[in-house]
Design a protein around this ligand. Sequence first.
Ligand code: FES
Ligand code: FE2
Length: 388
Amino acid sequence: MDQSSPHILTEGQKRLLAMMPELADCNFPQVRDTIPAHFYTDPARFDAEKVAVFRRKPVIACPSSLLAEPRSHYQVDITGMPVLITRTKDGTIKAFANVCRHRGMKLCVEKDPVHAGRIVCPYHAWTYDLDGKLIGLPRSEIFPGLAKLDLGLVELPCADAGGLVWVGLDPDSPPDFSTVTGELAEDFRALGMHETFVYDHATFETKANWKLIMDSMLDSYHVTRLHKDSLARFGVDSENMIDRIGPHIRNAAHRNTFQKALVNDRFEDMRQIMIFSYIGFPNGIIVVSPDYVSLGVVRPIATDRTEIDYYLLAYGKPETEKMENRLRRSFDLMRRVFAEEDYWAAEMCDQGLRSGTLKEVQLGGMEVQIRMFQDAVTTALEEAGHAA
Ligand code: FES
Ligand SMILES: [Fe+2]
């Protein structure tokens, strides 16, 4: 990130900041609310969410900077759809079904991004370029009349916005990308997200419903409790300022250095005294730290199984050993906190809820974002004609 040209916060970010009280004046909202327990455990609801949310809305596949170089590609499965993201020769991001047009094999299977201008199917070596064109197949004479032009990869609608790659998982029905290319992307640009690079990333496999994973980031109540031996020393109970950008959630929380007198509109200053975080609906978790941005990409697998890709996005390659050590320590800490604390708690909740003991879970004033997120899921289900 270029320190000489400060990043100016957006009107929406400034509005939330202006509403933040001094730490000593925080008033925690008093709220009683409940969520039906079966929202987390019902396989029929999970199937409906897969269609209504993950097939009809733009979903996050990865940060754009994962494909930093032209002529590179990356594959990831999102709710049963194998997705191939490419950065073409001219630097454009494209998305395709990662499915070979010959016999349907998953074309690319590498876990990490690959730097190569073409993709060769491991089965019979049909070869595609990064624009999805079928450019070669062995012994093509055995397929009389085959027109290579007709057998390119199936393209998925996608948008490269605010440093994130959003895709539509239904090739026949593009979702409304205006919900992710407007104000949300402007906010992310103000945070310099489009200028970050992937310092490191890790994938977690959890035995928990995907919304329990989202809840772990939507709950400011647990931070100084579940994380008492890890993150609590960096955190304080904060009266979060929260608003919505369409189905997405924007949140401003205090660091213990927060003072109203220090508030200004420069992101470089504000990230030292407060924390912006976002839920990029439906599957992105973005938390801004002083030196980096944490991005979680949540990928539901089954009612009780979820994978999460965690990315530490840094502002420029670490130039000093001190900065390198700091980022490495942060990455190791976050990896441990997620695996041993947040995702562990989500798995234990999954087991508790799956026992059928509770009809509903209780929410208080520091968990209002869980309600906001559940409402966005319910709205998507209703839009798709599912009874919520
Ligand atoms: S399935 Fe891909 S080349 Fe045969
Ligand atoms: Fe947490």
